[in-house]
Design a protein around this ligand. Sequence first.
Ligand code: IVH
Length: 677
Amino acid sequence: MDLFSAIDTEPIRQRMEQLVSELDKLNYEYYMNDRSLVSDQEFDSMMRELQDLERQYPELASPLSPTKRVGGEVNKSFKQVTHRFPMLSLGNTYSIEEIEEFEARTRRLLDGEEFSYTCELKYDGVAIGLTYRHGQLVQAVTRGNGTVGDDITTNAKTIATIPLRLRGDFPDDFEARGEVVYPFEAFEAMNRQREAEGDEPFANPRNAASGSLKLQDSAECAKRKLQFCMYFMMAPDGIALPDTHFVRLEYARQMGFKVQPYIKECRDITEIKAFIDHWDKARWDLPFGIDGIVIKVNQTPLWDRLGLTAKSPRWAIAFKFKAERVSTPLESISYQVGRTGVITPVANLKPVWLGGTTVKRATLVNADFIEKMGICSGDNLLIEKGGEIIPKVVGVDLEQRKAGAMPIQYITRCPECGSLLVRAEGEAGHYCPNSDGCHPQIIGRLEHFVGRRAMNIESLGPERLELLYSADLVRNVADLYDLRREQLVGLGADATIQDKGADNLLSALEASKQVPFERVLFALGIRYVGEVGAKKLARYFKNIDALMAASEEELAQVEDVGEVTARAVAEWFANDEHRAIVERLRAAGLQMTGKWQMATGVLEGMTLVVSGVFEHFSRDEIKADIENHGGKVSGSISGKTTYLVAGEKMGPEKLKKAERLGVKILTETEYLEMTGR
Ligand code: IVH
């Protein structure tokens, strides 16, 4: 650095440092103490100022800056890391007698020693370990198999309750352990949004937390509003920590960790049981999920004396709550018809409060399930909700069964169109075979086709589709591409579709003609062909003609395509009406060939580096695409690099390096053009 720039940047460095420390303080007050010291606008404007400065002067940016909270860095892959201290699990039990045994055994082993226990919540999330050196977060790693986990530091930095820099006094080197949980409210909001966008909702907050920590785009992780609940602290030899677990957690709280206040020092089994009983009921009032209580010997010097069993310490145990269960009358059964004609029976229940929500409905899966459970009309059903958010029917409450109750008679005809249902050999579900005349199937297929992960025709929601259907304009997906402006304008009871709406719709349909082949294939809605299956089939057969000509045996050769799927695909294409639809879609200009098939060899002899997030490709896809065009992919930029293909949110270091070495940079669009798209 020359003298001038050193003088120039000093005030900037100071300003950046000031913003960092102010923002850290505001974040701390907000997330730890629920206190806003400034307005949202003021906060945002400080954040923006810091972001701008960091962009302008990346060399002055701190790796622990609060701007990391909003994410933006891309995780190429998650490095595997060996834990410095293995992450043990706990012995666990559902039985209170075993807790009594644990308590008696501990007392016996400690032979007259004075000691106590701590009881705390067993958070239902994902265990991670955070390494702090000199008060700074240096690494965050998932539990993995206890010995090796994934480095998720970038995503962990986006979690507001994980301190990046510690406050006050702290050990110079230690690991903080805890659980990343997805609070119910944020979880439900995220799932609602996923459903609205056509994504599969997560089954429960734990899966969602785990998926979030593995997101490639840390900005996406930042949006998830995860929380970290600290529950454990350990340090290498030579670094002293307080000698009770209780005080260690108090110490951690002073350093800036979010330590839940629900920890109690208990002196005997009576106090332990009282804690368990209280939380068995009160757990549903918490903003996040817990699945039990953890009981630890409080005095840490005693931990060594008690030692370990094969994989868990003898000084702690987890009591797990049983899934909450209620009995409620089955009022009726509705039969829903899906887009593939599959029938799903749904129990309509007398509303009942269970695990924090009112349950009114639960799936009965299929006819086999009803039979296996032996459900009769007028029965009371047993409903459970464990870690899952979705309530499950687990049985019949036989004590409440009425005399002479008769088993449920499964329907034989489609509730929507009256067709006789079919049940294929070896399959548990019933189907309505009237695919072209059964309303929910027709609308369901159209909805699937226009969905975000399929053709992504946003301007066509369920209501519009109904409208087009009832106006007799659209009966199948190919009809969409025959729509004309004059048919659309003025459509609907109050002329819902106007000039602009019609134009938007037509241009969205036009744009969908660029959707890649694999998504077109997924959009067709063939039974069992999900996104992954469609991708694999598209890759394997390269175009629709080869796929249509494939035999069941050939189809089953494809990775991840089983016999059932292979049969469904072959049957789908054997149907003349389906073939006619495919031909009409082809004539309309939809992609029926994979782009990768057009590989030209234009990248022969070139070495490309990819960085960032792409619109048309996942990272693996763009790499495969480069190779298909004859190019070589390299992980790092050097003098030998021909091009850097720069996606969104690329890290500034790569860009700088490319500039320094004079490596040409391609945008995604330029890359597509260059490879003839
Ligand atoms: S203590 C060596 N405390 O439950 C003991 N664990 O098998 C370290 N968990 O994977 C664990 N809440 O992720 C402890 N308050 C709590 C906990 C807790 C949840 C998880 C932990 C571990 C599993 C126990």
